[in-house]
Design a protein around this ligand. Structure first.
Ligand SMILES: Nc1ncnc2c1ncn2[C@@H]1O[C@H](COP(=O)(O)OP(=O)(O)OP(=O)(O)O)[C@@H](O)[C@H]1O
Ligand SMILES: [Mg+2]
Length: 425
């Protein structure tokens, strides 16, 4: 077997091939090529070496599935390599080699196995104890010319995190460090580069973490009024929030109100979709023609196209501060399969400059589902108390409306004063 000709980022390739360290901390800014490069490296071992067992892991299964697992399967398919992929078990076999993709939320499966290589994607999601357990599993008998190794990929989101203090700053002879930023990655779009560079005008810590790839602190987090809840309760009142994208992902989420609680689940999060492709996907998400879809009002034409396709698209109210305050007042049950939603909400924060001054508006980065959530929940707020306020489908199809035309006020809660839940977690 020879490896297919693949494009590799040089600095990663050199480091990964050369490293003889047991632990390899591959950290840095957003979009620097960490995940892609480690996936390529792991797969080259999988395809070229003999008798190896490889673990690909992340804290939760839904997030593992849409990142590391998705990426390795996509690469193997693109290279046209005849491997045996078991999508139910999350395993891949090739000769006497095996890849297992298991998440840390099901540790029993990991505890009963031994590995030659482990890739931990978004390692900052793991506790130090998780890491210690994984390190213990990295002890499978290996071939004479190879060593067992672990690769951790992560953004340095917290300067006090064990990934930083123990690995990056730990001076451990067993640990090799690779630092990277977007500048290392020649495959990024100019839009994405501009977005990263523009973070300097938004938030000191975001710039430090995601642009420079240096340890920072995420404080002034906006939403703390949420928890992960596997139980999905679909109330009678179900609607959607939609943020348009192309280079950035198009983000769509479903919101359902049940017994005065808000249930939220991510439905779509994908870059490169045209409006027509988004429209074609809507029925497959179970969206009925009568379900309100609150969309970014700054793109009226895209809204119009969705209405023309027979859906009830309603332009969202755009008051960011009121919208955020409104969302804050509710208890959000987020379905665990919503990995991008959980990723965004954990880091969603108010802008802060280098003097520590905090602003009222959020950092505009990795905020697509956050916008969709606000569009949906905030714009829908009056419908709870008085369904008569809700525009009919015909009215909504009338076109050219702004949400303000529906006469919504600014600071109501669905559930009256009792629902003031801000900060209770
Ligand atoms: N070798 C490559 N060949 C082609 N495209 C690449 C390659 N490496 C990276 N890219 C492109 O760059 C993008 C960002 O790379 P990647 O996802 O690996 O970054 P990352 O460092 O893991 O970012 P994050 O910190 O956001 O997780 C990829 O989605 C892909 O489009
Ligand atoms: Mg990554």
């Amino acid at each position: 077997m020879t490896m297919p000709r693949i494009k590799q980022i040089k600095t990663f390739d050199t480091f990964l091939k050369k490293s003889r360290a047991r632990i390899n901390a591959v950290y840095g800014g957003a979009g620097s090529g960490k995940s892609f490069s480690v996936a390529q490296h792991i797969l080259s071992k999988f395809l070229l070496e003999r008798n190896k067992r490889i673990l690909i892991t992340r804290k939760t299964l839904p997030s593992l599935r849409i990142t590391a697992w998705y990426e390795v399967v996509r690469m193997l398919k693109e290279w046209g390599i005849p491997v045996e992929i078991n999508k139910a078990e999350f395993t891949i076999k090739f000769g006497d080699n095996e890849i297992l993709a298991k998440s840390l939320d099901d540790p029993e499966k990991i505890k009963s196995a031994e590995f030659n290589y482990i890739w931990i994607e978004e390692a900052t999601e793991l506790s130090k104890e998780d890491f210690i357990q994984l390190n213990l599993r990295l002890r499978r008998v290996t071939t004479p010319d190879t060593i067992n190794q672990m690769f951790l990929t992560f953004n340095p989101i917290d300067q006090y995190h064990w990934c930083i203090t123990n690995l990056v700053q730990g001076n451990n002879p067993d640990t090799a460090i690779h630092h990277s930023t977007y500048k290392d990655n020649p495959f990024l779009s100019t839009e994405y580069i501009r977005e990263l560079e523009n973070l300097i005008n938004q938030d000191e810590n975001y710039y430090r973490i995601y642009t420079l790839g240096e340890p920072g602190v995420l404080r002034n987090i906006i939403y703390t009024n949420y928890f992960v809840d596997r139980e999905w309760r679909q109330g009678k009142d179900t609607f959607y929030g939609l943020d348009f994208g192309f280079n950035n992902p198009t983000a769509l989420l479903q919101i359902s109100l049940h017994d005065n609680e808000v249930y939220v689940k991510e439905v779509l999060y994908k870059s490169g979709l045209t409006n027509q492709q988004v429209i074609e996907k809507l029925p497959s998400f179970g969206i009925h023609n009568s379900d309100p879809i609150y969309y970014d009002a700054s793109e009226p034409q895209r809204g119009e196209e969705i209405r023309k396709a027979g859906f009830r698209a309603i332009p969202a109210e755009k008051n960011v501060k009121d919208g955020i305050d409104f969302v804050k007042r509710h208890r959000l049950h987020i379905h665990p399969d919503s990995a991008n939603l959980l990723g965004e909400i954990r880091g969603y924060k108010y802008k802060e400059d280098k003097n520590g001054r905090v602003y009222e508006d959020p950092v505009k980065f990795r905020d697509h589902l956050m916008d969709a959530l606000r569009y949906g929940l905030y714009t829908h707020r009056r419908n709870m108390r008085n369904p008569a306020n809700e525009p009919s489908a015909e009215e909504a199809i009338g076109g050219g409306m702004q949400a303000d035309d529906f006469g919504f006020g600014s600071d109501d809660s669905f559930f009256g004063d009792d629902s003031s839940t801000e900060g209770f977690f």
